[in-house]
Design a protein around this ligand. Sequence first.
Ligand code: 6PG
Length: 216
Amino acid sequence: MTTHISDQPAVACGEYILRALAAKGQASLAVSGGSSPRKMFEWMAQQPFDWSRVDLYWVDERCVAPDHADSNYRMTREALLDHVQPASIHRIQGELEPETAAWFYEAELPERFDVVHLGMGADAHTASLFPGSDAILDQHGKTAAVYVEKLDSHRVTLLPRMILGAEELVVLAAGADKAEALRAVFNEPVDLKLRPIQLVAQQAHWFLDPAAALLL
Ligand code: 6PG
């Protein structure tokens, strides 16, 4: 586990990801959605980087159409894919019935990812593995369709096996609203159903801003 604290964690995390990808020939990258990654993707889009050797995947997706405001694909397209051309793009088909979308997506997955980028919610969720969900305990599956009650939202998510199997695992978390969750992740006993992102606490490279890292 390494922790990088800076005023621009999105840039630091983006630099780390591009360096890790550049060190390989063909490389697979799985990215998360939400709001934090947008700045990182916008920065990445401005870098002189050869995306023709990158196969792009998502860690999770909301079960909505690709042009829906909540779509992780849409956010990534606007911030990155309208500007760069990866070797391949493997979209989770959020417009399909969730189980079907998970089944189709699983068929496209590599055995393992070269790089996986995660975010963290203020409730210590990551991917679409939320507190209380049994999916965090699934050690064998690759993907799952999950219903997130607190958000009344169906999602498709990678499962722990695909996340932990990554050669490089990074977490980008910024903002004061993440401070208490980060304190608990690194200082409370491991309880994956309570704090799902503890799954990767020791394996990941953490990119934080001072506000998120305040209680560490
Ligand atoms: C999603 C993401 C999710 C995200 C966290 C943090 O689909 O929402 O994959 O796991 O990483 O919710 O989101 P922010 O970075 O926007 O706080």
